[in-house]
Design a protein around this ligand. Structure first.
Ligand code: GDD
Ligand code: MG
Length: 346
């Protein structure tokens, strides 16, 4: 069974980070999110992936390649123009088999795929939609779930007081090939606004499988930051390759140079080959990407720096997100989010 990862959107709510970068390539703990996602699904038994790409597709293709770096095979389904979430699935039809998993590539989660497949087989529907519970369903696809796990209603981004429940679409589906017969070819279409409501109306069998555990759509700056703090606080386990030092919540890569009188306030994560100057105070809640150079007397809290940033002596960063290779002068920045180009580290 193949997994189709939807990774072509513009990521408008995460701009400017995604101006030149596909959203699933945003770094999370030093690695593109897509990297974590492919590894997780591989560990769940998926060996063949299709990635539906459009916006800045060359960056995904350069990083993931044919999948051999993960020990899996990866094919690409390219859209000339954005076809929407259903259009992207339809466009991938020649690469898909009788049954496949579809995943929104911007959601952080852990899935027990075998359990989801058993659920899908037991119910025998055309589609299984994995669900998660949220406080405010208005940013998601909210569902009404019947007593036999059947989805009675699917409402994409409802007004808060009109949502059928706070069980929402987690962005992970198991679909039978016959679903593709209900998606128009060659024009944009939304799986949430068109396909699911149609399948429900036609009685094709659409079932909801609630997932356990952590779930986060990283598609806004707020949620992208929160995902990091949740990893730092241990609410979502994610491998970074950087080791915990001592019993404090400080993780560090290799060849890090920190001045003796710099202060790290946990939780903090510091990538490979980072240098931190004297009297700097880093943390709490700071993720410093590999090869960053932090000057003297710098303060960084509640901020995420991607690789190769330079932060000048005396700068202060609070609640900032800096993209690859950003330079910061001796300024005080609050909630600044910037990214220059789509350059990726090797
Ligand atoms: N290839 C391709 N083409 N991919 C696309 C397109 C497209 O035209 N449009 C969106 N995508 C990809 C995005 O890159 C993203 O990874 C995924 O599809 C979902 O798109 P979002 O733009 O992030 O959707 P959303 O967060 O507003 O809502 C969706 O996800 C929620 C869960 O995270 C919906 O599926 C909701 O129902 C759901 O609750
Ligand atoms: Mg999203």
């Amino acid at each position: 069974m193949k997994a189709l990862l939807l990774a072509g959107g513009l990521g408008t709510r995460l701009r400017p980070l995604t101006e030149h970068l596909p959203k699933p390539m945003a770094l999370v703990m030093g690695r593109p999110w897509l990297d974590h996602l492919i590894r997780h699904y591989r560990d769940q038994g998926i060996s063949r992936f299709v990635i539906a790409v459009q916006h800045r597709k060359e960056l995904i293709q350069a990083w993931v390649g044919d999948g051999s770096r993960y020990g899996v095979s990866v094919e690409y389904s390219e859209e000339k123009e954005l076809l929407g979430t259903a259009g992207a699935v339809k466009n991938a039809e020649p690469l898909l088999g009788e049954r496949f998993v579809v995943v929104n590539a911007d959601t952080a989660h852990r899935i027990d795929l075998n359990a989801a497949l058993r659920f899908h087989e037991r119910h025998g529907g055309a589609a299984t939609i994995c669900l998660t519970r949220v406080e405010d369903p208005s940013s998601y696809g909210a569902v009404a779930l019947g007593p036999q796990d059947e989805i009675l209603d699917f409402v994409e981004k409802p007004d808060k007081d009109e949502a059928p429940s706070n069980l929402v679409n987690a962005g992970i589906y198991i679909l039978e090939r016959r679903v593709l017969d209900h998606i128009p070819a060659g024009r944009p279409a939304s799986i949430e606004k068109e396909t699911f409501p149609l399948l429900i109306r036609l009685g094709c069998g659409v079932f909801g499988h609630p997932l356990d555990g952590y779930w986060m759509d990283m598609g806004t700056q707020e949620r992208y930051r929160q995902l990091h703090w949740d990893v730092l606080d241990g609410r979502f386990p994610l491998e970074s390759g950087w080791q915990q030092r001592g019993d404090k919540n400080i993780r560090m890569g290799e060849h890090v140079r920190i001045a003796a009188d710099a202060l790290l306030i946990p939780p903090v994560v510091i990538g490979d080959r980072v240098t931190i100057g004297g009297r700097s105070i880093i943390g709490p809640y700071a993720v410093i990407g590999s090869d960053c150079r932090i000057g003297r007397g710098v303060r960084i809290a509640h901020s995420i720096l991607w690789d190769n940033c330079r932060v000048h002596t005396g700068a202060q960063l609070n609640r900032c997100i800096l993209g690859f290779g950003m330079r910061v002068g001796p300024h005080i920045l609050h909630e600044a989010v910037c990214n220059r180009t789509g350059e990726m580290p090797r």
